[in-house]
Design a protein around this ligand. Structure first.
Ligand code: MN
Length: 371
């Protein structure tokens, strides 16, 4: 029996999805279409599929100062997961440096990793399979140092996974700037990242990158969204794929206005593009592989759920095909440092505040930033 892990990031519980058309919200409550609905689906999925652990890579909650509603949603979900025997691990992002420690103190089953900006590891074990999880949490909303640079991670048993909220390759960022180079040099088998809402195309052959927002929060977050399923079998990561469970999917339609003679022509072309994307008969209920049902709407740029049928892991993969993955880098070492729970901590050394090597800031990336 394999060890199954679900991972998600950037839930932003408490935020209302913006610019939803009234045709949609007349039929479906905005709650269902936003982070709260997505979180409920995630909990359903974890319970139904009996995963062993759920990992949350930060920015679980939208606003620290007014988190009562989000806290209630989170508390309810985590309690259900605990009752089902699913362990929940999270790291704090720049949005939830206070609420996650609070929740972790209140709910035993909710385990915050790397509290106060100190790296921490835990060992996961189920069905004879093992994994080691490393995490670091924002100690405050702004962190200008690379929390990975210069560290050596003593490998634990099984595949070693890093859980981190950070701003990758963005020199000078206030949101834990991390270079791809330091992630690679850390020697872990995968890095599950939060903060940037556009998901990377993760797979067994590309196991490090952004998980993306759990659901598209506005039209600037198009494409399939959801959680990622990792399966560990015989000591190896054997599956890494997206489960597109988001209740809402934004779709960008391309309409060429080249050679336009009169304004009315633009409307016709937009309609053509819409009809090609959502052919008649499919517009009202489009079920995507591995995800929940979605329905088209008159504006053509949005999907909404057609019902509450739960997503499933047994459908065809939404992302990449499974490939063989080799995690080994010699025999696993015993993690050193002070012990806490079943794992250990190591203190991050002071990091240089300047001179990070990173790639250039891409102007288009700033739109994904939810600082
Ligand atoms: Mn963030």
């Amino acid at each position: 029996m394999p060890l199954k892990i679900l991972a998600a990031a950037d839930l932003h519980l408490g935020r209302r999805p913006s610019r939803l058309p009234s045709e949609l919200t007349d039929r479906i409550a905005a709650r269902e279409l936003g982070p709260a609905g997505a979180w409920e689906r995630l909990v359903d999925l974890a319970v139904d599929e009996k995963v062993d652990a759920l990992l949350l890579a930060g920015d679980v909650v939208e606003a620290e100062d007014d988190f009562f509603e989000a806290y209630a949603e989170l508390h309810r979900g985590v309690t259900r997961l605990a009752e089902a025997g699913v362990r929940v691990f999270a790291v704090a992002g720049n949005h939830d440096t206070r609420v996650l420690p609070y929740l972790s103190d209140e709910v035993e089953a909710f385990e915050l990793l790397g509290r106060g900006g100190e790296w921490e590891s835990v060992h996961l074990e189920a069905n004879g399979e093992k994994a080691t999880l490393w995490g670091w949490s924002f100690p405050q909303a702004s962190v200008r140092e690379d929390p990975v640079s210069g560290l050596s991670f003593s490998r634990g048993p099984g595949p070693n996974l890093g859980l981190l909220h950070c701003d990758r390759d963005q020199v000078g960022s206030s949101y834990a700037p991390v270079s791809s180079r330091s992630l690679e040099a850390a020697g872990l088998d995968a890095w599950l990242l939060g903060h940037i809402h556009a998901p990377d195309g993760l797979s067994l052959s590309r196991p490090t990158g952004y998980l993306g927002s759990l659901t598209g929060l506005d039209p600037g977050e198009p494409g399939p969204r959801g959680a990622w399923l990792l399966t560990i079998d015989q000591g190896t990561l054997t599956e890494f794929r997206r489960v597109a469970l988001a209740p809402l999917r934004w779709v960008r339609l391309e309409v060429s206005l080249d050679g336009l003679d009169e304004p009315e022509e633009a409307r016709r072309r937009a309609l053509d593009s819409y009809m090609r994307t959502f052919p008649p008969g499919q517009a009202q209920l489009v079920r995507e592989p591995g995800g929940g049902p979605a329905s088209g709407s008159a504006g053509g740029s949005y999907f909404g759920p057609g019902g509450r049928s739960p997503p499933t892991l047994s459908g065809p993969a939404d992302s990449e095909l499974p490939l063989h993955f080799s995690p080994g880098r010699g025999p696993p070492g015993r993690p050193g440092g002070r012990h806490r729970r079943s794992g250990s901590r190591l203190r991050a050394p002071p990091c240089p505040s300047a001179g990070h090597r990173g790639t250039r800031v891409s102007p288009s990336r700033s739109r994904w930033l939810r600082g």
